[in-house]
Design a protein around this ligand. Structure first.
Ligand code: GAR
Length: 183
């Protein structure tokens, strides 16, 4: 299944998904990387793995999405993985890929939708944090949950150390969720 990954930053999930796409019997191939900023470190994986990339600032959201939709069509992309993508896709974009866009979110949804999930978990003295892979719908971070992974918060954890621990689990969770969808 031809897949596009949307990123905004480091791209550790992207790199992990590329690795996953190359193993035997992987249901996906990654054929396109989209970023909303040329500064995203993860774009280097496009060069490294010879994957097509496209950058759009999303300054004009509608124009950006039209361009991206055309590109997705041209490349015959059938599935989209959001991996640290920090723009909110429009209702009409999501409807065109209904049930075909998934996202990884660094919290145990429905807890802590949106930003600063780790800061919120530490401030609230939560004992557990985690990550969620879910379907993208028109309501932010609210689509059907595919898989979740729990991470214990220790007394010593800061938002930085917690983010690191959760990210490690994200790298296990994202491929597992994709396998669950397609197998
Ligand atoms: C990940 O922790 C991901 O869950 C989070 O951004 C990070 C991206 O890391 N996503 C969100 O916060 C989405 N709202 P990466 O660029 O190294 O994959």
């Amino acid at each position: 299944i031809k897949t596009a990954v949307f990123i905004s930053g480091t791209g550790s999930n992207l790199k992990n998904l590329i690795k996953f796409s190359k193993i035997k019997n992987s249901p996906i191939s990654i054929d396109l990387i989209i970023s909303n900023t040329s500064k995203a470190k993860g774009l280097s994986f496009a060069n490294q793995f010879s994957i097509k990339k496209y950058v759009s600032s999303f300054k004009n959201h509608k124009t950006a999405e039209t361009k991206i939709l055309n590109l997705l069509k041209k490349e015959n992309i059938k599935f989209i993985c959001l991996a640290g993508f920090m723009r909110i896709l429009s209702r009409s974009f999501i409807k065109k890929f209904r049930g075909k866009i998934i996202n990884i979110h660094p919290s145990l949804l429905p807890k802590y939708k949106g930003l600063d999930t780790h800061i919120k978990a530490i401030q609230n003295k939560d004992k557990l944090a985690g990550c969620t892979v879910h379907l993208v719908t028109t309501k932010l971070d609210s689509g059907k949950i595919i898989l979740q992974k729990v991470v214990k918060i220790s007394k010593k954890d800061t938002s930085t150390s917690l983010a690191k621990k959760v990210l490690k689990q994200e790298h296990k969770l994202y491929p597992a969720a994709i396998k669950k969808i397609f197998n």
